[in-house]
Ligand binder design. Sequence first.
Ligand code: NAD
Length: 298
Amino acid sequence: MTTHTIIDGKTIAASITDKIARQTGDYIREIGSPPCLAVVLVGEDPASAVYVRNKSKMADKVGFKSIQKILPAETPEDDLIAIIKDLNNDPTIHGILVQLPLPGHINESKIIELIASEKDVDGFHPINVGRLGAAQLNKALIPCTPAGSVILTKSVHGDNLSGLHAVIIGRSNIVGKPVAQLLLNENCTVTIAHSRTKDLEDVARSADILVAAVGRPGMVKGDWIKPGASVIDVGINRVPAPEKGDGKSKLVGDVDFESASKVAGALTPVPGGVGPMTIALLMANTLTAARRQNGISV
Ligand code: NAD
């Protein structure tokens, strides 16, 4: 009989951040000052503002120094460029995160490419993308949500994912593609499905590991899932929740939790699955970046 495990991303993330807090103590004893994460937010998007607050809060909690640069939506691109260059050149800053999306008048890829690759804790710089693609994981900074998704997968299957069929729905640069690269590196057989995929439900049903990174609330139903498969729901979608009161909303994933939980062997909830892992892995990347910049082997 299939057992249905709800993967507790919150607890797994907390054990990672506890470990980082201990390692940060060691780092401070060796270097004399804490790792520093700079988070840049342009504009007033409320979801982005919450993410930035949570990231800085966690940075403080694990013992890092954190600084926030909150800029008005109409900030000229040149001003943002100047700020990034300052952060790149400041040896007391080890990690730089520019919260995406940026306002339309700013060229996102230009900004990402400007961040010093060794400080690029989001792992979006082409150098880090290339290193991940070339399986040079010990030199790369790996995108946080994908790295967190793989750790959650391993919490179910153990470290050996070899030969399992992983289907990733979504091919974005920030989630789908890097998840696929990481799982390929774990010797999974990897299929990337997307909006043009034919017979998506059949493809999904062939997965031992199904990762949904689409941005469509409840798209993946129970009958898309092979009985016993592990399902990692990356989606974060805000939907109306009239049952909570007038004008209220709630967060749901890309997987229809109700039907999926009856079929999947293991499933991440939203919230409380991949989300907390993203922040934990951001802390891990910041500590890694700080250690590398100080010549401490990891
Ligand atoms: P995106 O919009 O950049 O990419 C979505 C992908 O889904 C595309 O590759 C597209 O081909 C595919 N897609 C769209 N419609 C489809 C369909 N009908 N069938 C199959 N595939 C389809 O989104 P993203 O940035 O990759 O984010 C995906 C989701 O993950 C969003 O809900 C986002 O909020 C969430 N997210 C969560 C975290 C986290 O920390 N948990 C981090 C990043 C993104």
